[in-house]
Write a new protein. Sequence first.
Length: 359
Amino acid sequence: MKLLNLKLMDITRQCIGIDSAKKDFVVTYAVSDQFQQIEHRATNKFLMKDAGFKPFIKWIKKYHNPSLPLIVVIEATGVYHEKLLALLHDLKYPIAVVHPKRAKDFSKTLEVKKVTDKIASRYLATMGLEKKLKLWEKPREIFRDMKVLTREQDQIQGKITMIKNEMEAEMYREAENRSTLKRLQAQLKLLKAQKAVVLKEIKDIINTDEELKKKIDDLTTIPGVGMQTAAIVVAETEGFSQVQNKRQLVSYCGLDVINQESGTSVKTKSRISKKGNRRIRKALHMPALTAIRHGENKAIFLRIVSKTGIKMKGVVAVQRKLLILMYTLWKNSSQFDPEYERKKEGDFTPPHELDLVRS
């Protein structure tokens, strides 16, 4: 990056880009003038713990000009950045949390060929100066607690499935080991009990907030969507506060379609990006199958399958529709209206048999 040596009187904006990891984080301080000329003035690395946070705040004060607008841009990386995020929020710094997919797409516009922590913090700082980013708002504690519990429940269910598979494999052995089966059964019993406790805690949290409970109940009026699915989607989107519209929501969950086509030489099959929140996609899979078998979405599924011959594309389309419908009901504080759906989709009954869905 060419050093411009912008004068103080010329600077109109300033930004701090942060590339966070498990053990440390790299920061870059950058400024721009009225012509959007950008200069990266300082880069440093700090430990991702209290011992690193204090020198980082001193570092900010060293470069930050309080009389000029400042934004801190952080790329979301799992849970590693959350303590730093909370600290900056408590200190009243304006923050923008950028999805990794969006950060990567922006880096491509800068023709970044090699990505290191230092370079990543630089293009995040550049992004904050060039783009108008939505400022991050600290989520309500109730959504934070719901997210922790719904993720714990998903982990427990994964362990239950693994143990069930081990038990089934043990039963097919030539010499069945009874003591092994006994231990597996004990583990399975414990995990099921823990799953029930976590589920009760999720319900108790929802019941403490009347408005949240009503909105969750509204979402469960959608055929195929149960309380657990609604809780996961609401928790992972923090009450849909992480998105501003339906398009952003679809992208946030990785259900947006990618299709590369250029002239006659480049043409790939359309597919979903899968670069968003995988937990929401996973949570919507079974509800989508249920909605296909018993709801209005059967026609959509069959129409897509008859056109593409790929059943999974039909399932993904229904997942996407359920997600958008949940977002709409949440924003409007309304319940699912089957009559509205019939008017929208038409009273079409496909000639296909239901066994196409079940096969």
